[in-house]
Design a protein around this ligand. Structure first.
Ligand code: 16G
Ligand code: ZN
Length: 530
C-alpha cells in the first residue's frame, strides 16, 4: 500500500469543516452532501477489517433507510452478515473525524499495526446502495478508497440492506458445512422462494398489497414475485416509484405508518384486506388493515414477533422435538400487551436497548430467538445446535414428519443475518395461510395499549443516561422519580425517556389504558425535560 495513493485519493474527498461525525446505531447517517469524506474513510475501514479478519468479505451498505430523500448513510456488515462489531465503531469515528489526508493515513496505519494486520492479506469487500439520488456519487467515493488500497471488491448495485447481509454471509460460508446459499441475488430469490413454495404447497392466501416506500424494496419485490408459485399469494406492489427521488419515504413506508398509526394516504383500503409497508431499504415491515367500520389497525413488529413465536413453538412441539428453548427479544418500545401475551404463552421474554445489534445478540442465547423492534425490524435466529437437531430428528408419525418439514423450510425462509422485510413478508403470509387467519383474527391475539411517541429537542441529549434496557433514567438526577410519580396517576401506564441514537433529540414514550391518558402522560413527561 502506498501512502501517496491513499492521500491522493483522500484529497478528492475533503472533510467538511466544523463537522464531527459519529458511527452510531445505524452507522453514519446525515445529509448526503456531508457524507463523501465519511464514505471514503469507511471504505478504508472496511478494507482494514477484512484484512484483520484474514480476508473475510466485509460488506458496505450505503443507505439512510426510512430517512428523507436528502439524507444518506453508510454502515459496515461483518462476515456472518451481522452488524459491525461495536468495538470497531470508534475506529470508524476516528477515521471520519481525521482533519487531514495525512491524518487519515496515520490513523489507518496505526490501526493496522495495533491490530497486527498482516501485510500480505488481501482485503475483500462487497457493497451496495439504495435508490437515492446521492447514492452513485457516494458509491464512487467508496470505490476510490477500495481502489487506493487495491481491494478485491464487487459492486452489487441497488440492493436491499438485508440482501447485502445475505450475500456477505454466503461468501464467507461458501464451501463450509454451514454454507448459507448462493452469493447472488438470484441465489437469494431461489432460497426464499423455494422455502416459501414448499410451505405454501396446496395453500392459497389471496392478495396482500405491499407499499414499498418508493424505495429499493419495490424493484426487488418485483424480482422476487415471479419465483413465488402461482396460486399461493397475489402480491400487489404499490409506491414503487424509484425514479422520482423526492417520493422516497414520503407519505408512505413502514416508518410513516408506524409513527402516524395511519394508512399511507394513497391507499384505497378495502375492509379486512391485508396491507404491508416496507421502509426505504426494506429491512423493516409492518402490516395493517381497516375493519368494517373503516378503523385502522396496525400489526407492528410486536404482532409479527408474537405470531412467529407462537407458530414456531407449535411446529417444534408437533415435530416431537423436546427441550427446545425459544425466547422472544423486545425493546422498551414493545407494547405492554405484547409482553404480557408472550408471558401467557409461557415463553421467556427479554428486553434490550434499542438497535438491532442488541436484540440480535440477545436472541443468540436461545435455540430459537425471535427478535423484533416494534417498528418492524426483526428476524428469527436458530442456533447451529438447533439447526442440527431439526435436520437430524426422526419423526414418529406422519404428523410429526409434516411439522418437521415445515420447520426445516422455515429455517430457510427466514433471513437469519438481519431483519428482512421481504423474508418477513413471506413468513407472515405463510403463517396466516397455515392458520387460515384474517388480519383481524391475527390482531385479536391481544389488544395494544394506546401509546404515544414524542420527541423533544433538549439542550444536551448526552445529559440523559439510561439503565435497565433504556426503561429508566439515571441522569439527570431526580428526573426518573418525577416520571414515576406521573406514571402512577394513570391506569396500566408506562413511560420512558431515552436519547435518540440517530437524531439530536430525546424520545418520550408513554402507554396507558386509554388514548387520552397515553397522550396526556406523554405530554406531561415531555414537559419535564429541558
Ligand atoms: C436505528 C436502528 C433501529 C432503531 C433506530 C432507533 C439498526 C440497523 N437500526 O435506525 O433498529 O430502531 O435506530 O433510532 O440498528 P433512535 O435511536 O433515533 O430512536
Ligand atoms: Zn431500514
Amino acid at each position: 500500500m502506498s501512502k501517496d495513493a491513499v492521500t491522493a485519493a483522500s484529497a478528492a474527498y475533503p472533510k467538511p469543516a466544523g463537522q464531527t461525525f459519529q458511527y452510531g446505531t445505524a452507522g453514519f447517517r446525515m445529509k448526503a452532501d456531508l457524507l463523501p469524506s465519511v464514505v471514503f474513510r469507511v471504505g478504508l475501514l472496511a478494507a482494514l477489517r477484512s484484512r484483520y479478519r484474514n480476508g473475510d468479505v466485509i460488506g458496505v451498505m450505503i443507505t439512510a433507510s426510512h430517512n428523507p430523500p436528502a439524507d444518506n448513510g453508510v454502515k459496515l456488515i461483518d462476515p456472518l452478515g451481522e452488524m459491525l462489531e461495536s468495538s470497531w465503531e470508534a475506529h470508524g469515528t476516528s477515521l471520519a473525524n481525521a482533519p487531514t489526508d495525512d491524518a487519515v493515513f496515520d490513523i489507518y496505519t496505526k490501526l493496522e499495526s495495533d491490530f497486527a494486520v498482516k501485510p500480505d492479506v488481501k482485503a475483500r469487500v462487497v457493497y451496495g446502495c439504495d435508490t437515492r439520488e446521492s447514492s452513485p456519487a457516494l458509491v464512487k467515493a467508496l470505490k476510490d478508497a477500495l481502489d487506493a488500497l487495491n481491494v478485491d471488491s464487487t459492486d452489487f448495485g441497488a440492493v436491499t440492506t438485508p440482501q447485502l447481509h445475505y450475500v456477505v454471509r454466503c461468501l464467507n460460508t461458501a464451501g463450509t458445512d454451514h454454507a448459507y446459499g448462493e452469493p447472488t441475488l438470484a441465489g437469494y430469490y431461489a432460497k426464499l422462494s423455494s422455502a416459501f413454495n414448499q410451505l405454501m404447497a396446496g395453500r392459497s392466501n389471496g392478495t396482500v398489497t405491499v407499499d414499498c416506500a418508493n424505495g429499493v424494496g419495490g424493484p426487488k419485490l418485483r424480482e422476487l414475485i415471479p419465483h413465488l408459485a402461482s396460486g399461493t399469494i397475489d402480491v400487489a406492489v404499490t409506491n414503487d416509484d424509484t425514479e422520482t427521488f423526492s417520493k422516497l419515504n414520503s407519505q408512505c413506508g413502514a416508518d410513516y405508518v408506524k409513527t402516524n398509526q395511519r394508512l399511507p394516504p394513497s391507499t384505497n383500503a378495502q375492509p379486512l384486506a391485508r396491507y404491508a409497508s416496507l421502509d426505504g431499504d426494506a429491512d423493516r415491515i409492518v402490516y395493517y388493515y381497516v375493519d368494517h367500520s373503516n378503523v385502522f389497525h396496525l400489526l407492528d413488529g410486536d404482532k409479527i414477533a408474537t405470531l412467529a413465536a407462537s407458530f414456531i413453538v407449535d411446529l417444534v412441539r408437533a415435530s416431537g422435538i423436546d427441550n427446545f428453548n425459544l425466547g422472544v427479544v423486545q425493546t422498551a418500545y414493545a407494547n405492554g400487551s405484547s409482553t404480557r401475551y408472550i408471558e401467557k404463552l409461557g415463553l421467556p421474554v427479554v428486553c434490550t436497548p434499542t438497535g438491532v445489534k442488541h436484540l440480535h445478540h440477545a436472541a443468540l442465547a436461545y435455540d430459537c430467538g425471535v427478535y423484533f423492534e416494534a417498528n418492524g425490524h426483526g428476524t428469527v435466529l436458530f442456533s447451529p445446535e438447533a439447526l442440527r437437531r431439526i435436520s437430524t430428528h426422526s419423526p414418529n408419525s406422519p404428523a410429526e414428519q409434516s411439522a418437521l418439514t415445515s420447520l426445516k423450510a422455515l429455517t430457510e425462509l427466514i433471513n437469519q443475518t438481519v431483519g428482512d422485510a421481504l423474508s418477513d413478508l413471506l413468513l407472515v403470509e405463510v403463517i396466516l395461510a397455515h392458520k387460515a387467519w384474517s388480519p383481524a383474527q391475527w390482531d385479536a391475539c391481544y389488544t395494544d395499549l394506546p401509546n404515544r411517541l414524542e420527541k423533544a429537542e433538549v439542550k444536551d441529549r448526552n445529559a440523559y443516561k439510561t439503565t435497565d434496557a433504556e426503561r429508566r433514567l439515571v441522569e439527570p438526577e431526580g428526573l426518573q422519580a418525577r416520571i414515576d410519580a406521573l406514571v402512577s396517576k394513570y391506569h396500566e401506564a408506562r413511560s420512558f425517556v431515552r436519547p435518540s441514537g440517530t437524531e439530536n433529540v430525546v424520545r418520550v414514550y408513554a402507554e396507558a389504558a386509554t388514548k387520552s391518558e397515553a397522550d396526556e402522560l406523554a405530554a406531561k413527561v415531555k414537559a419535564l425535560l429541558d
